[in-house]
Design a protein around this ligand. Sequence first.
Ligand code: UDP
Length: 325
Amino acid sequence: MKVLVTGGAGYIGSVAVERLIASGESVVVFDNLSQGHREAIHSDAELVRGDLAAAADIEAAFARHKPDAVMHFASNLLVGESMEKPFKYLGDNVSNGVNLLKCATAHGVERFILSSTANLFDEPETIPISESECIVPGSPYGESKYILERMLAWLERTHGLRYAALRYFNAAGATSERGEDHDPELHLIPLVLQVAQRKREHISIFGDDYDTPDGTCVRDYIHVSDLADAHILALHALSDGSRTYNLGNGQGFSVKEVIETSREITGHGIASKTTPRRPGDPAKLVADSSKIRAELGWEPKYPDLRQIIEMAWSWHSKHPNGYGS
Ligand code: UDP
C-alpha cells in the first residue's frame, strides 16, 4: 500500500513512517518542515515539502503519488497555546484538514487515519476513559480534532471513506533513531530530561492542588512506537470498516511521579518548582484501551513508564541538541 503521511517529519509521524516501512509499506511524507525535522524522515520515504494550507501543494502530491491511504499527523498541537490563540486551532487545524480531505476524497482514497486526542475528555465521568465516554473537548485544540472526527463520520456516509480516529493519551519515549524534539519544547518528559542534561535549571510543576493523590496532574504515558503500531493495525483493519479507539496503557502517573522516575533513571537531581495551573489541563486522563486490544489484538510492547523514560533518556543522551546535533 502507498501511504501519504502528513507531518511525517514530526515526533509521532516520523515513528509511524519508520514502522510503516518496517512493515513493507511505501511511504510519501508530506510536511512543510516548520516543526518537523528532515533528519527524522526515514531514508526510504519520499519527502514532498508542502503546506496543508496550500490546496495546490496537496493536489500536486496526490496527483503525482496516488496514495491508497492517508495518515494525518500534521497539526498545531498545544493545549495551552490553543486557549490563547483559538483560531490557530479552530481555524488552521480545521481548514488544513478540510484541504486534505477534499483532495483525499477527490482522488478516491479509501483509508484515512486521524491523529486525535485525549483532550476530547475534559470532564470524564468514568476513569479509565473508554470510547463511550461523553465528548467534552478541553480546549480549542481538542475541539479542532473533534470537528475533524465528525467530518470523517460524514465523509464515510457521503464518499465511503473508511477512517480510524486514534485518540492518543500522552505520547512519550523514543526509538533508537527517533525521539521528541520540539521548538519550543513544552512537553513534560523532554523538559524534565533537559533539566537532567543541565540545559534548564528546573522543571515547573503546573499546579499541585488538583484532586489527585499527590495534587499534580495524572496522565497515561504511551510509548510512541506502540502508538505507531496501532496505526498500522488500524490501517489494515479498515478493510472491515471505520473505527475509533482510545490509546493509552491504562495506568496513570502524576507529574511528581514522572519527575521522581526520571531522577532515578538519569541519576541526576532534577529541581522542580510549583507554579500555577496551566489553563486547559484536566486533573486526570487515563485511557481504557480494551476496545483496540480486543478488536485488533493491539498489545503495547513498552507499557512501563520506567522503560518509556529510559528510551527517551537514551535518545536525548545520544542527541543532546535534538536533531540539530
Ligand atoms: N506539565 C508540567 N510542567 C511542564 C509541562 C507539563 O507540570 O513544564 C504537566 C501538564 O500540566 C500535564 C502533564 O505535565 O499535566 C503532561 O503535559 P504535556 O504538555 O507533556 O502533555 P499534555 O497532557 O498537555 O498532552
